[in-house]
Structures are given as C-alpha cells and as structure tokens.
Design a binder for this molecule. Sequence first.
Ligand SMILES: CC(C)(COP(=O)(O)OP(=O)(O)OC[C@H]1O[C@@H](n2cnc3c(N)ncnc32)[C@H](O)[C@@H]1OP(=O)(O)O)[C@@H](O)C(=O)NCCC(=O)NCCS
Length: 382
Amino acid sequence: MSEAPEINSGLEGVVVAETSLSMIDGQNGILRYRGYDIDDLAQTTSFEEIMHLLWFGKLPNRSELERLEQQLRSHREISPTVKKVIASLPTTGAPIDSMRAAVTAMAMEDPDERSLEPGDIQERAIRMAAAFPTMLAAYLRLREGKDIVDPDKSLGEAGNFLYMLTGEKPTELQANAFNCYLILVAEHSMNASTFSGRVTFSTITDLYSAVSAALGCLKGDAHGGANARAMEMLLDIGTKDNVEPYVEESLKIKRRLMGIGHRVYRARDPRAKHLMGFSESVAEQKGNRTWHDVAVRLEDMTNEHPFFTERKLYPNVEFYSAPLLYSLGIPIDAMPAAFAVSRVVGWTANLMEQLEGMRLIRPQARYTGPETAEFKPIDERE
Ligand SMILES: CC(C)(COP(=O)(O)OP(=O)(O)OC[C@H]1O[C@@H](n2cnc3c(N)ncnc32)[C@H](O)[C@@H]1OP(=O)(O)O)[C@@H](O)C(=O)NCCC(=O)NCCS
C-alpha cells in the first residue's frame, strides 16, 4: 500500500487558484486591491469605485462611475416576491439567514438563473450587490414591526443603507465611516467564504447558489460572525477597568478574545487603523466613547501581554468594526450581515475570475473506518 498522504486540515499555505483581485502580505500587514494599497483607497474613494475596480479591473473615470452608480440605483428595489419572502421569515433568526432566503428567492425568480455568460454574471453581481442593503434593511425593520423604508436615489450605497435602516438621513461622518467599512471588507483573497463560494461555483451551478454558500460560511464566528462576538465581548467587559481581569480570566479558561488573531496576518491588520479612527469619531459624535475606549484598552493590553505578542496575535478587521457598527446603530446580530453587504462584491468578483478555466474543486479525505464490514440483513443485526 502506498504511504498515506499528509493531511492539512486547515489548508494553510495551500494555493488553489490565481487571483488578480487582492494581495495580502500577512507578515508586514499589507493589503492591496488590484495593486492599490488599501491605505490609498480606504478614505479617498467610494465603495462604488471599489466595486468597479473589483468587478471591471480598473478604478473608474467619472463617466464609468456614473454608469455603475446608475445601474446600482436602478436595482436597489427588491421585487414583491422577495419582499414577501423576507416578511414571512421568523423574526427571531440571524439576519444573515434572511439574506440567504432572499437570495434564493431572487434566484427562483430569475428565468436565466443558470446562465454562465460573463455578461449575465456581471449583471447579476450588480443586481445582488444593489439588492443586499435593501434586503437587510427590510428584514431588520420588519422584525421590529416597522415599515420598510424605500431606497433614496440621492444617496450613495453607504448612506442609503443607513437611511433605509433608520429612516433618517445619516450625517456625513456616519456615511463616510460606513463607506470606509464597506471598502475595507469588500475583498480578502482566498478567505473561507470566498473559497466556499468558489467550491460551490466549481460544480457549474448558478451564481446565487455560490453566494448563498458564501453567506452561510461568512456567518461563522471564526469569520464574519466575529464582529458580533467582538461587540458582545466589549459589552461583557463593560468598562476600561475591567479589561485586565477579563483578559486574565480569558487566558485562564482558554476563552478567545474576539477580533484578535488571523490566519494570514502576523501583524496588525492594515484595515484596523481606519476602522479605529472612524470608531472613535463616530462614537464621539454620538456622545458615547465607552465601547471604543474599552476596545483601545484591550488592544493596548494584548500589545503588552506575552501570550499575544509571542503568538503574533493582533486586532483583525473585526476588532474595531464592532464598536464602529454599533455606534452606527447596526444591531449586533446584524453585523455579520452588514459584512455581507460589502463582501458580496468580492465573492462575485472572484466568481467572475473563476469562470475562466473553471475546474471542479474536489479534494480527498483519508479513510479511517474499518477496511471491510460484513453485511447482515436488518433482521439479523443485533
Ligand atoms: C482567526 C482565527 C480563527 C485564526 O486561527 P488559526 O490561524 O487557526 O490559529 P490557531 O487557532 O491555530 O491559534 C494559534 C494560537 O493562538 C491562540 N489564539 C488564536 N486566536 C486567539 C484569540 N483570539 N484569543 C486568544 N488566543 C488566540 C490559540 O489559542 C493558539 O494558541 P496555542 O498555540 O497556545 O494553542 C483565530 O485567531 C480566532 O479564533 N480569532 C478570534 C475570532 C476572530 O476574530 N475571527 C475573525 C477573523 S478575521
């Protein structure tokens, strides 16, 4: 018998595709979208420009941007069927699950659901990204017994989402902060949800199914669910003074600090500083710095503690996303879904890329069960 192949259960270091979308240098804490440093994009561009960059390969000029903005605005409305599906869902579930249901309804309404023509894929990507904020805001309002707020064509993607969520036009700072958040989480190479979307798409299924799989994957606490868990942790800590005992207790009981650590980054996540800045300014404008200050104290403590420094555990993107999204009024359980509002762009850009040279992704497992087993009919079994 040949030697059993080595198992790599977390697939660390395994390269499964080529991509020109994003590049991560985990050692030095660098992230680039199509060669552009995230620091150059984060606070000087709109989320719509980043959509154009990721989907169409270049930062748009004015007329290209206007065209995309116009397409997005024309697809923000969700159909009566999708609205009905969202309205029929239990109000007690995870908001990100409502998006999975809504995406499925979108797919079932689409007569060309299975088309893999690049033009059709592009159009569906735009439609999905345009509809995601509307779907999420609709679910969050309906579950509280409020009316849905229709999209406002005068607002950009970030401002419009906050408007549909609260029914009030956001301040310029709030819209800019959420815009920056959307830019920062749009794409991140072969992360787990992108990979699961790619695995699903590789079976030659439809774009909606791949996005639906990615949504389920993003929900997990080790991935997009960590922003909600990080916020719960900050609330649990409660005050700056409680940070130290909380960390000591966490180490004693082996409880992970949420928003800390990363599979690829061995340095501070380059997105954290932008989120930290907006977390502070939005909290300041709101008149409640508590959660931002607790987060800062927690980061300071992990920067000083050998357990974290030896293992190179630093804040990841979720760490300051949590207090920022909280200050923006996004319910804690909806934070993973807010992540999806942006990451759907990265997912679909990856799926467009994958269309070229599509190949079934199908790894193997090492069998560890019995070599053979003697079959007995049901009445002869013990
Ligand atoms: C992101 C994450 C899953 C990456 O995990 P990973 O690459 O598989 O790393 P490991 O689980 O092998 O952890 C390596 C070591 O660091 C420790 N560690 C990792 N993240 C930690 C955290 N957030 N808090 C405390 N310890 C942590 C592990 O206990 C382990 O210690 P050990 O060597 O003594 O056993 C992990 O850091 C984590 O769970 N973070 C919290 C959740 C989170 O913020 N997720 C969002 C990611 S963007």
